[in-house]
Design a protein around this ligand. Structure first.
Ligand code: 3AM
Length: 187
């Protein structure tokens, strides 16, 4: 079995900006800088022969390059415990459209739908414990975060391998976003 997800990798300059946010919460396990990404679709485990189908389906996605700006921070919690700290994205319609197209080709190729609402973010750190109160200072202190815009010119199918200390993400297929000709059929 192979564990897959689809994401937008973050360019070097923006990774540096994100890294500067990764401090000030003692219990957080911060993401390695080279692992910063924006998940478009978690696929999960598939049989290896299925990999080619998934990869080919993603290669069918047609979308234009677009500009994206990382902005703000937030957290996810479950059972009143903070699970992750993240940086957000300025509202970005082309990002939503790209995510919907990816969801659509994958479901047409037999993958069960991901029922969760798309909530674009870049995970900066994970936590096992900590009440929301505990990260309040971090959230308030970094609320004004904003990185320079960058152009998203591709998205990538990654393999995720959970090593003992951190995850190893291996790019398997980088799918370019190409300016559309007027009459080209859009998936
Ligand atoms: O981009 P983030 O860090 O939010 O949390 C995992 C990471 O998302 C998520 O997939 C991304 C790449 O590993 N992920 C891992 N297991 C998951 C699961 N069972 C999952 N998302 C949903 N369901």
């Amino acid at each position: 079995m192979i564990r897959l997800f689809v994401a937008i990798p973050i360019p070097h300059e923006q990774r540096q900006r994100l890294k500067s946010l990764c401090n000030g919460v003692r219990e957080a396990r911060w993401t390695n800088e080279e692992n910063f990404h924006l998940t478009l679709r978690f696929i999960g485990e598939v049989e290896e022969p299925e990999l080619d189908n998934v990869s080919a389906a993603l290669s069918m996605v047609r979308s234009e390059p677009f500009e994206m700006t990382l902005s703000g921070v937030g957290h996810f919690e479950s059972r009143k415990r903070v699970r992750s700290l993240w940086a957000g994205v300025m509202p970005c319609l082309p990002l939503t459209v790209l995510q919907e197209r990816i969801e659509s080709v994958l479901s047409r190729n037999g993958l069960p739908p991901d029922g969760r609402k798309f909530s674009p973010h870049i995970t900066l750190g994970r936590m096992k414990q900590g009440s929301p109160e505990y990260v309040r200072d971090w959230l308030e202190g970094n609320g004004v975060f904003r990185a320079p815009p960058f152009v998203v010119e591709s998205f990538t199918l990654f393999e995720s391998y959970r090593a003992q200390t951190s995850a190893i993400y291996t790019p398997l297929n980088e799918i370019p976003l190409v300016p559309q000709k007027v009459n080209e059929e859009i998936l």
